[in-house]
Design a protein around this ligand. Structure first.
Ligand code: ATP
Ligand code: MG
Length: 302
């Protein structure tokens, strides 16, 4: 499918800081792409370039067929900034009405956006009384106005509780299913809850990964950990037979590659009643993120 957003070889420098270097990335209609990176990796800079607030030093950005600072691109793109803040004295209804007028959207559609994010009940309360999650949802309602074709969401779920995060992604799913391309930034792979189609990882302004999560998981090939428990009087025997490291008086820890998993499990099960219990820990999403954000600069160390 033709990309709705095309970023080709983009570099951006602020004085001595090379915020982005040769970045190439595209997002298709209906696709949800997570942009991950540590503080200062260049996520916000990329979003501001796509919005036309900044100009690249090299490379090009297109929103559909349009330049980022064109009227057509501005109409197509919605933005939820990092740390969104609203005038505290204004109510949700007043604020969404204000944004609706800016975007040429009717008052009815503005109220519908508040309803979609579950804020209709608080429409007449001053936004200063909203919780962080409610403010974030108000920000999202503002971004939904006018059916944008591309949504740029800068750390939309940071600081949200798991339920609010879940609700947030459910909304993103609906928006993407209707054909909107979504690019959202985050610090944490676990925070995106595997609810995106692709993950792009930025490290010091360079793209170090751009693939579906399942492929990143396979490429990282991080080790599996199994902890085996036995009675204090049999733990030495278990440890001798399985190898691994003694963690305490009744636990042995084994760390090995994914491909060895079945063979190791068979060896454990062959010990029969010598083993009282075991648990398997797969690499976490954050382990995978750390792997990629380190691997590029540290010779593939994991
Ligand atoms: N207007 C600016 N002037 C000077 N330096 C800037 C400017 N904007 C960004 N930078 C620098 O560019 C780099 C990338 O910053 P950016 O805000 O894009 O990172 P980020 O990935 O969004 O980080 P965070 O997770 O902390 O929000 C940083 O070193 C930052 O200090
Ligand atoms: Mg940022």
């Amino acid at each position: 499918m033709t990309a709705l957003l095309t970023v080709a070889g983009v570099s951006k420098r602020f004085g001595r800081v090379e915020a982005l270097t040769g970045l190439t990335l595209s997002v298709a209609p209906g696709e949800r792409v997570a942009l991950l990176g540590h503080n200062g990796a260049g996520k916000t800079t990329l979003l501001r370039l796509i919005l036309g607030f900044l100009r690249p030093d090299a490379g090009s950005i297109r929103v559909g067929d349009h330049a980022p600072d064109s009227t057509a691109a501005r109409r197509a793109v919605a933005y939820l900034p990092e740390n969104v803040a609203f005038p505290k004295a204004l109510t949700g209804r007043e604020l969404i009405g204000f944004y609706a007028r800016l975007r040429d959207v009717s008052t009815d559609d503005a109220m519908a956006a508040l309803e979609r994010v579950g804020l209709a009940h608080a429409a007449d309360r001053a936004s200063g009384t909203y919780s962080k999650g409610m403010r974030q949802r108000l920000g999202l309602a503002q971004a939904l106005l006018g059916s944008p074709r591309l949504m740029l969401l800068d750390e939309p779920t940071s600081g949200l509780d798991p339920l609010s995060r879940h609700d947030f992604y459910a909304l993103v799913d609906v928006v993407a299913a209707a054909g909107t391309a979504v690019l959202l930034s985050s610090h944490s792979l676990s925070e995106i809850e595997a609810r995106t189609d692709r993950v792009a990882i930025l490290r010091e302004g360079r793209l170090v990964a751009d693939a579906p999560l399942s492929r990143l998981q396979a490429e990282a090939a991080l080790p599996v950990r199994i902890r085996v428990r036995a009675q204090p009087e049999t733990i030495d025997d278990v440890s001798d037979r399985l190898g691994g490291t003694r963690v305490n008086g009744q636990t042995v820890e084994l760390i090995f590659s994914q491909t060895e998993k079945m063979r190791r499990l068979a060896a454990i099960s062959a010990l029969g009643p010598l083993v009282t219990d075991f648990d398997v820990t797969q690499p976490s999403l954050d382990d995978i993120y750390v792997h990629f954000s380190r691997a590029a600069g540290e010779g593939g160390a994991s």
